[in-house]
Design a protein around this ligand. Sequence first.
Ligand SMILES: [Ca+2]
Ligand SMILES: [Ca+2]
Ligand SMILES: [Ca+2]
Length: 180
Amino acid sequence: MSDGYQNRLAARFDALDRDGDGAITQADFEAMAREILASAGEPSTSARARRLIEAARTFFEGLSVHTDINMDGRIVKDEFLDAADISLRGNPRGFHQIAQPWAEAVIEIADRDQDGLVTHDEWAITLLAVGVDEELAERLPGLIDADGDGYITAKEILNLAVDFYTEDQALRPEFERAGV
Ligand SMILES: [Ca+2]
Ligand SMILES: [Ca+2]
Ligand SMILES: [Ca+2]
């Protein structure tokens, strides 16, 4: 495992541990989902809000299968880093499966005007909601929009997320800090 990969995942752990209690839990993922809903002005009772909260649960459970070694519902940092090294690094297909429902649900919420397309501005709002700083939130959408059509798709963010969690080599600096 490269130092770069380890540092990237360690920073990711700190970001995912929303309540800072030293472990990633279901509650942290729910908090992240609720922050995204709040940023979009989406009531948490709507059908697509419920899909997001459900997807957060599925994402957490998927990660747990790979990382919560003692199965106590709390992923502590050592478990997270050891398990990422063993079962996520170099396993793009496995991570893709874990993260796909989440990527699709987040895209659905990010599409604030519900026209079926997520603009760069819409995606920047979502990035801010998950803790990306303003300067990066402005630049990232242009980099994530791989086909340059002006819209961010679930596939485009999934590709980035897969690289983020599974690629041992350094990513471009913006992507190193990008995690969703
Ligand atoms: Ca926590
Ligand atoms: Ca839209
Ligand atoms: Ca695009």
